[in-house]
Design a protein around this ligand. Structure first.
Ligand SMILES: Cc1cc2nc3c(=O)[nH]c(=O)nc-3n(C[C@H](O)[C@H](O)[C@H](O)COP(=O)(O)OP(=O)(O)OC[C@H]3O[C@@H](n4cnc5c(N)ncnc54)[C@H](O)[C@@H]3O)c2cc1C
Length: 272
């Protein structure tokens, strides 16, 4: 059966980084009253290539559900088909629309909310922003809402350069507003003048896990869960949500497994 495509109209496009050619997009689905999705899900964007073949690419929502709108964060990939279409979108003769279907995906926050480490590299920040907008809405009728249950939420965002720390001002403002939200941007190619964190995300995730276990008096490595429990009965007091290229996802999973973390405690999405 042919899938039902929807036309998304571009309402706003901002350049997040000239150097990385990364853009923030705000789309409206005029045919819908409301576009329901869970924070962390993605849309499939569909277009025909020059040979008339249908091409589909996934893009994570960078926003929480809000009416008939959704936002994306996409960087131009060299020679890439769809990322370049999006990056050039305002120039398209169609007047700034794309065809999508969705929402799709299982990169979702566990309920109830626990302590959580959100770990992203590059545009892997998109679903993390969706989570954070849902956890801590900052405008509209839900502005006073806090869905974090007072749990500790860390965001570790790794990039090469400072110019790639997308939405930095927004996350800094959130960290200022909410004492239980901690923003840890880290640069792998930091210049001498950079006074923040350096290196890959894994080392900072390691510090968070070690410091938390020490503070709570919990053993590390963590003891394995009761083998009598069914997988569906397992629950943990902390989860990691990891998004970006597969090498980083697998490195972080491996280092958390070294602390005795169960695979169900690590929710991940790979972009490649
Ligand atoms: C669930 C999911 C969610 C995603 N969400 C986002 C998102 O929010 N923002 C975003 O920018 N991307 C996201 N992606 C990646 C996106 O789907 C595309 O893969 C990416 O935009 C490249 O597509 P393209 O058509 O431009 O390149 P293609 O024409 O598919 O590939 C061109 C070349 O680039 C390489 N390549 C493909 N993908 C990447 C990549 N991500 N990084 C570097 N090189 C690559 C290919 O190996 C190939 O050599 C997501 C992927 C998945 C699976």
């Amino acid at each position: 059966m042919a899938r039902k495509l929807m036309t998304a109209r571009l309402e706003r496009k901002d350049c997040l980084s000239e150097i990385a050619q990364c853009y923030h997009f705000e789309f409206v689905l005029d045919e819908l009253k409301s576009f329901r999705f869970a924070p962390g899900q993605f849309v499939s964007a569909v277009a025909q290539d020059a040979e008339g073949r249908e091409q589909t690419r996934a893009y994570s929502m960078a926003s929480a559900p809000r009416g008939n709108r959704f936002e994306l964060c996409v960087n131009r990939v060299q020679e890439g088909f769809f990322s370049n279409r999006l990056a050039d979108l305002t120039d398209l003769p169609s007047g700034g629309t794309i065809e999508i279907d969705g929402p799709h995906g299982y990169f979702l926050l566990h309920a109830p909310i626990t302590d959580s480490i959100l770990i992203a590299t590059g545009t892997g920040i998109a679903p993390m922003r969706s989570f954070l907008h849902w956890l801590f809405p900052s405008d509209g009728p839900e502005a006073a809402t806090d869905r974090s249950n007072g749990k500790q939420i860390w965001l570790v965002h790794g990039t090469r350069h400072e110019s790639e720390l997308y939405y930095r001002a927004e996350f800094e403002a959130l960290a200022h507003r909410r004492a239980n939200f901690h923003y840890l941007p880290t640069l792998s190619l930091a210049p001498k003048s950079w006074t923040g964190l350096r290196g890959h995300v894994q080392q900072h995730v390691t510090s968070i896990v070690q410091e938390r276990a020490a503070r709570l008096g919990q053993p590390l490595p963590a003891p394995p869960p009761d083998p009598a429990l069914l997988p569906s009965e397992l629950s943990f007091d902390i989860y990691a949500y990891i998004c970006g290229l597969s090498q980083m996802v697998s490195d972080v999973r491996q280092s958390l497994a070294g602390f005795g973390w169960h695979r169900k405690q690590m929710v991940s999405e790979s972009y490649d």
